[in-house]
Design a protein. Structure first.
Length: 505
């Protein structure tokens, strides 16, 4: 009974997914609402839910159904079930997920969880003392487990490719090396020229922006971009994030009365993630067709709204009067050009999360290069600070004075999250490539934005990206939508067109 088997598979996948959404909600609540002394109870709740979720996602019945359906697919042949038919996509992707859950022994999963918890605390302590050597043994162990994990999944000869594929399906270290090399070659001269420019953005011109008004303004902006607040909300947390799926998207932001652009742009960034999740086909929620296509694609959506759209003159043509209406006294002495330059500030920093969109890619290239060498054995963990500092000087023109501003600045490696950083930069490239494509389709998009209308852009993204779910791997999706392989040339062109007129005139 193939139809019944397929329906049963969908039921089981949706059940596992639903448990995941409950866990996500608990995680959101932990960062937004949880009273300080309730953490232990929440830890118990989360642990139980993780157990239920694992049992649900690894149910032997899923494996049996997949094997049966895969057999039928093979029998049917490509002429009857094209590779990208809905059913084929669900079976192919569900197999990938299922293998990742069942091929890792329970002891291994528990060991990795224990290590991540210990490594997180070790990292925080090492960072406070700026002492990499205190964190190094944990990182070594994580590296070992990452290689072991790859071997369990059948990628023993290519562990870093496995780590990359987990975040961006189909991507490899070799492909990324080629993309990043080209990007770096174009980017470094631009960055050096801007650094030498007498034009400097001033961000110390903003003072005393009340949080309530900031909240009201970013709500107006994000709603106009297309976020559906009947299926989502925005709250406050220490670090902004976007959590949730389908009908319930929880975004967060943070507020600083002297830096209104920080909360505005981080909210727009999370809105890009939220719009993607809201645009995934609701009817397919819980199956791979209703899920996002990976980290890089996700990041392309957040970056496109945050950078290409919201740092543009057309965007500010519409929103500047509203911004001024909300904050008339605070902005009285700030000219339009000063405001626009502050929106497009470029200034080198050692810290990735504080970086502007031009330098950001260099921070990512640095981390990718370190990870690539670690996995290939060219670099030993103990030599990481020296390698980091040398790359930092080469790429950013800055050398960290201490490990906490260098190799210890990011939390990712304490959780063993290798292969995650490249997604940020792949997302930036993709965002720019989509941006040039959509403006080829709608050359007058700026006029829409200047009138406060973002619906044509959103509609195009809905059709071409959001509604595709996990149908295509990253590279295939880009090729289908833009007619070209993923390339850094559009990101370089975009950065040149945006920043040269401001800084290199
Ligand atoms: Zn993001």
């Amino acid at each position: 009974m193939p139809a019944e088997s397929y329906e049963r598979l969908i039921t089981l996948l949706k059940r596992a997914h639903t448990l995941g959404t409950v866990a996500g909600l608990l995680g959101w609540d932990e960062q937004v609402n949880l009273p300080p002394d309730s953490a232990d109870q929440r830890a118990d709740q989360s642990a139980l839910l993780a157990e239920l979720q694992h049992a649900s996602a690894s149910a032997p019945e899923i494996g049996t159904l997949l094997t049966e359906l895969e057999g039928r697919e093979r029998g049917a042949g490509p002429a009857i079930t094209p590779f990208f038919s809905e059913q084929s996509v669900v079976i192919r992707e569900a197999r990938k997920d299922y293998d990742r859950v069942v091929k890792l022994p329970a002891e291994f999963v528990a060991e990795k969880a224990r290590l991540s918890s210990a490594a997180y605390h070790a990292w925080a302590a090492a960072k406070a003392k700026s002492d990499f050597s205190a964190f190094a043994p944990f990182l070594e162990k994580h590296l070992e487990l990452a290689k072991q994990e790859a071997a369990y999944l059948g990628w023993g000869d290519r562990p870093y490719d496995y780590a990359i594929d987990k975040h961006d399906p189909g991507m490899t270290a070799a492909k990324i090396t080629a993309l990043f090399t080209e990007l770096k070659t174009g980017l470094v001269p631009l960055v050096r020229a801007i650094a030498a420019s007498p034009v400097k953005a001033r961000t110390d011109i903003f003072h005393g922006f009340p949080v309530a008004e900031q909240h009201a303004f970013l709500r107006e902006v994000t709603e106009r971009l297309g976020f559906n607040y009947r299926r989502g909300r925005i709250d406050v947390s220490l670090h902004p994030f976007c959590e949730g799926a389908g009908a319930d998207i929880r975004m967060t932001t943070r507020f600083d009365v002297d830096n209104p652009l920080d909360s505005l742009f981080s909210s727009i960034h999370e809105t890009g993630h939220g719009l993607y999740e809201q645009g995934l086909p609701l009817a397919a929620q819980g199956t791979p067709l209703g899920q996002n296509a990976g980290m890089g694609v996700h990041e392309s959506q957040s970056r496109l709204w945050e950078n290409q759209v919201s740092r543009s003159r057309a965007f500010w043509a519409f929103f500047e009067p509203q911004f001024r209406a909300k904050f008339p006294t605070q902005l009285a002495a700030v000219s339009s050009e000063e405001l626009y330059l502050a929106v497009n500030e470029v200034a080198p920093t050692l810290i990735r999360v504080d970086s502007d969109e031009v330098h950001y890619n260099l921070h990512v290239i640095l981390r990718f290069e370190i990870e690539r060498r670690l996995f290939s054995g060219e670099l030993e963990v103990r030599d990481l600070p020296a390698a980091w500092n040398a790359l930092s000087q080469e790429l950013l023109g800055l050398t960290p004075a201490a490990d906490k501003q260098g190799v210890l600045q990011d939390v990712h490696w304490s959780g063993g999250a290798f292969g995650y950083f490249p997604s940020y930069c792949l997302g930036n490239m993709m965002a720019a490539q989509l941006w040039f494509k959509v403006r080829e389709v709608y050359p007058d998009l700026d006029a829409d934005f200047a009138g406060g209308d973002f619906s044509r852009l959103l509609g195009w993204l809905r059709t071409n990206i959001h509604e595709q779910g996990r149908r295509y791997e990253t590279g295939e999706l880009v090729r289908r939508v833009t007619g070209e392989e993923l390339t850094p040339k559009y990101l370089l062109r975009y950065l040149q067109e945006r920043y040269a007129p401001l800084y290199l005139k």
